[in-house]
Design a protein around this ligand. Structure first.
Ligand code: SF4
Length: 338
């Protein structure tokens, strides 16, 4: 479920002395179904089981969301061992990015009550990796080293079973055991265009490489990039609301520039807006990564409206109606106790 509020009507500032600015607002933008579900899981766990609810890693890559949940009683930890022994019976939530297999195994050993907020579209990639391994295919993962989703996906299989590549150049260095028994999977939040190049290089070198039955780059990543491509054309600058560690948000900045924006930047909040770069701007694009709440988009638009006489043009390229169920233990009719 997206929580976008589309503002298609012009919103004129009363400060007529201010220069005019057209804001091109991309849609879809902001929260995706996986992020929405992950936040719901923490909130419902707090409502149902009370505080504290432990969360391993940032539930989604956004400080605003994390701090809001902290205020409600969520406690974020880097590893399960940081949860005090006397709180071992408290719920512990795994983030939307997914976790290596060793993490649920560790939680089981510690008899913890786990609520898994891994996005179902990340879980789909995990299952693909397992299936390729069962079929004795060597696996290449296209992704960014160190990203939690990549750590989680590589951790579905024993070390050495998945080879990470980050660029088309990396394809040249691959030395598979059997080039006819090779498969690739990808991180869900990559640049659609960059990934297509890497896949083309893989298929050129290994014509029998097995592809995912359905794209691993998720619908939300694809839709946000498509909307930015359309919106960024003719923009003097594009502001992407999102966190520096958010992969899909960073990709939107790159896509905006490639699509024709004269400049683009990630902003976490209105305070980050680079006013010097907007001094002569007449058209500014605004979008948000999949982990950025709409309240921050509105904050950015309000800040622009303080300095400019603004009007808003919605650039909508898709409707999203995707929603994922929360775990049974959190549903209103569930009887499971912590
Ligand atoms: Fe799931 Fe895609 Fe959202 Fe990641 S960006 S949480 S894979 S829907």
């Amino acid at each position: 479920m997206t929580r976008t509020t589309d503002r298609t009507q012009p919103t004129d500032s009363t400060k007529t002395a201010h220069p005019e600015l057209l804001i091109r607002l991309a849609a879809p933008r902001g929260f995706c179904a996986g992020v929405d579900r992950a936040i719901q899981i923490v909130e419902k766990a707090l409502q149902k089981f009370g505080a504290p609810v432990y969360v391993r890693h940032e539930i989604v890559h956004n400080r605003f969301v994390v701090e809001d949940l902290e205020k409600k009683g969520a406690v974020f930890v880097a590893e399960l061992e940081q949860i005090p022994a006397e709180h071992a019976d408290r719920p512990v939530v795994f983030s939307a990015h997914g976790v290596p297999k060793s993490v649920p195994a560790d939680a089981k050993e510690r008899e913890m009550f786990v609520l898994d907020a891994t996005c179902p579209l990340v879980t789909k990639v995990h299952r693909e990796a397992e299936n390729h391994d069962k079929a004795d295919r060597e696996i290449v993962l296209i992704g960014h080293a160190g990203h939690p989703e990549v750590v989680g996906t590589m951790g579905q299989l024993p070390e050495g079973k998945v080879t990470l590549i980050e660029s088309a150049d990396d394809v040249a260095t691959l030395e598979p055991r059997d080039p006819d028994k090779l498969a690739y999977i990808t991180q869900t939040t990559l640049s659609v265009d960059d990934t297509a190049e890497i896949i083309a290089a893989l298929q050129a070198r290994f014509p029998h490489v097995t592809s995912p039955a359905k794209e691993d780059i998720c619908y939300a990543t694809t839709n946000r990039q498509t909307a930015v491509k359309e919106m960024a054309q003719g923009c003097d600058f594009v502001l992407v609301v999102g966190a520096p560690n958010s992969s899909n948000s960073n990709r939107l900045v790159e896509v905006a520039v490639r699509a024709g924006a004269k400049g683009s930047m990630l902003v976490q909040r209105a305070a980050d807006i680079p006013w010097d770069k907007l001094e002569h701007a007449r058209t500014v694009g605004v979008t948000a990564g999949a982990s950025a709440p709409e309240v921050l988009v509105n904050e950015v638009i309000d800040a622009l409206s303080e300095r400019f006489k603004t009007s808003i043009e919605l650039v909508k390229t898709a409707d999203e109606r995707v929603a994922f169920n929360i775990p049974r233990a959190l549903r209103d009719d569930a009887t499971t106790a912590a």
